[in-house]
Design a binder for this molecule. Structure first.
Ligand code: FES
Length: 158
């Protein structure tokens, strides 16, 4: 069964987090947030373990994880790149910026490069509309990004 594929330490982390929320089914989103923060992403095995601990179905957990864009089922790259696709960024050309990142990295949204260095995701408004289009790499925020600037951003992390 997939459940036992998790390493012992990950399983303990999941159990501790579920316990800290009193195994309340209503805290599923909060539990998943904490687990993703601790383990980096929510694999199928992790979702199963959370489901078992909270006494709910794996399908319920999967439904929540797949609904919210801030949950990820795949490991992120060492440098996770997020492009804001909120209205202000979109109208100022975020889509072209996304396409340039895709082209240069050879991955689609939601994917990680084969060497594990970069992953690519889109976000809703990050609250810096005056800097649109906005891109974040890890904690660093880049404003007024244009397709021609993508290579320079990537080079900072190579
Ligand atoms: S729409 Fe991109 S920061 Fe607000």
């Amino acid at each position: 069964m997939a459940y036992i594929k998790l390493v012992e330490s990950s399983l303990k982390t999941i159990k501790d987090i579920c316990a800290s929320f009193g195994y309340r089914k209503g805290d599923l989103i909060n539990v998943l947030h904490k687990v993703q923060g601790a383990l980096g992403y929510l694999s199928a095995e992790t979702q199963e373990a959370v489901a078992k601990e909270l006494g709910i179905s794996a399908a319920t957990v999967y439904g929540v994880v797949s609904f919210y864009s801030f949950f990820t089922m795949k490991p992120k790259g060492n440098h996770p790149i997020s492009i804001c696709m909120g209205t202000a960024c979109y109208v100022r050309g975020a889509e072209k910026v996304v396409n340039e990142f895709k082209k240069q990295l050879g991955v689609e949204i939601g994917e990680t490069t084969e060497d594990g260095v970069f992953s690519l995701t889109c976000l809703r408004c990050v609250g810096a509309c005056g800097l649109a289009p906005v891109v974040t790499v890890g904690e660093k925020v880049y404003g007024h990004v244009v397709p021609d600037g993508v290579e320079g951003i990537l080079n900072e992390y190579k």
